[in-house]
Design a protein around this ligand. Structure first.
Ligand code: PLP
Length: 384
């Protein structure tokens, strides 16, 4: 299942799946916007909702190469990739186990839609493997994980989850958005279905909404069968933009991961920070598992400001770094979970999840770290 790629990672980013411009020999893949293709052979009917236009197929080949899988599909959003993949493998009467903390949109999809389909679900109490094991039922068909998780960057052991699932004939799915294909390839640990919000690191420039799923030919065929009915496909123009973004995927994410480590180490020693959550720090509770399964430790980390610092004022004082809901762009952004993603929970509920009111989630860009650190320092200085 784990497919060997003949090239190094940067060569793969740039050349895997590229379309040749036979007519003019242009350097980049030509963009085919057609929604109608004359056919010589009725067996091959190209149509964007069938995920088989030239640009769609080319991009899928690149993403499959990056995830070291046999095949891939791309969608109009990360949520289209997640919802379609889940409903391809679950039906009435089935049960799914999901990790305790998941991306908010995935959580909402489960709790707002699954009852309608008669699909049962359980969220685990923690990231411990034993907590997954104790939830397995005779009708459990899928285990769904996300690592690192948001916002505390907890890490789950992919190999251990996969072994547990396989022993019970259960399919494993991962949301690989936060780490990205550059920092971890879950198929190396036997995970079956790998999903991305390509809006984040794959796109990387905060200008594309897209999703992707990678896996074996057999699994992708199964997802395709459902996907063509749900219709969540991606416009060829966005496909072409995404192919362009992926050429610098490694360069961007490597720099973001490097910057995150520099920033996390700096902030950990800062007198105005209570705690830093970054899997690349030896102090992170899951650092050992992270070392086993990640190449670098990603561009996302969180930190707790000391109680004496007002988080709103801190954010207002920043000049370079913007407060923003999304993440993974080349520009650094941050947000306060207690005032945004976790705003609807009470302080006590948040505390039970380890989310203090002073917690800030940081998505590191590719700027110079000295400038980012200076921006944070001046924002704190102004408060004192
Ligand atoms: C953003 C995000 C999603 C959803 O992706 P969209 O492209 O916004 O639909 C899913 N999972 C994670 C971890 C995300 O950050």
């Amino acid at each position: 299942m784990n497919k060997k790629t003949p090239f190094g990672i940067n060569t793969t980013c740039i050349h895997a799946g590229e379309l040749k411009d036979a007519q003019f020999k242009g350097a980049v893949s030509p963009l085919y916007m057609s929604t109608s293709y004359a056919f010589d052979n009725v067996a091959v009917k190209r149509y964007p909702r069938y995920f088989n236009t030239p640009n769609q197929e080319a991009l899928c080949a690149k993403i499959a190469a990056l995830e070291k899988t046999e095949d891939a599909l791309i969608f109009g959003s990360g949520m289209a990739a997640i919802s379609t993949s889940l409903l391809a493998f679950l039906q009435k009467g089935d049960h799914i186990i999901l990790q305790e903390t998941l991306y908010g949109g995935t959580y909402n999809f489960i709790v707002e839609e699954f009852d309608k389909f008669g699909i049962a679900y359980t969220f685990t109490d923690s990231m411990a493997i034993a907590d997954f094991e104790k939830e397995i039922q005779h009708n459990t068909k899928v285990i769904f994980i996300e690592t690192p998780s948001n916002p505390l960057m907890k890490i789950i052991d992919m190999q251990a989850i996969q072994e547990l699932a396989k022993a019970h004939g259960i399919l494993t799915m991962i949301d690989n958005t936060f780490a990205s294909s550059i920092n971890q390839t879950p198929v190396d640990f036997g995970i079956d279905i790998i999903i991305h919000s390509a809006t984040k690191y794959m796109g990387g420039h905060s200008d594309i909404l897209a999703g992707a799923v990678a896996g074996s030919k057999e699994h992708i065929k199964k997802i395709w069968n459902v996907a063509k009915n749900f219709g969540g496909s991606l416009s060829d123009f966005t496909v072409w933009m995404l192919e362009r973004s992926l050429k610098t995927f490694y360069l961007r994410v490597k720099q973001q991961s490097h910057n995150a480590l520099v920033m996390a180490e700096y902030l950990e020693n800062s007198s105005f920070i209570e705690k830093v959550y970054y899997p690349g720090l030896v102090s992170h509770e899951d650092h050992e598992i992270a070392k086993k399964q990640m190449r670098y430790f990603g561009g996302m980390f969180s930190f707790e400001l000391k109680d004496t610092i007002d988080t709103m004022e801190f954010q207002r004082n920043l000049k370079l770094i913007k407060s923003s809901m999304s993440l993974a762009g080349v520009e650094s952004t941050l947000l306060s979970p207690s005032q945004t993603s976790h705003q609807l929970l009470s302080t006590e509920e948040r505390a039970s999840q380890g989310i203090k009111d002073g917690l800030i989630r940081f998505s590191v860009g590719i700027e110079d770290t000295e400038d980012l650190i200076r921006d944070i320092e001046q924002a704190i200085e102004k408060i004192k």
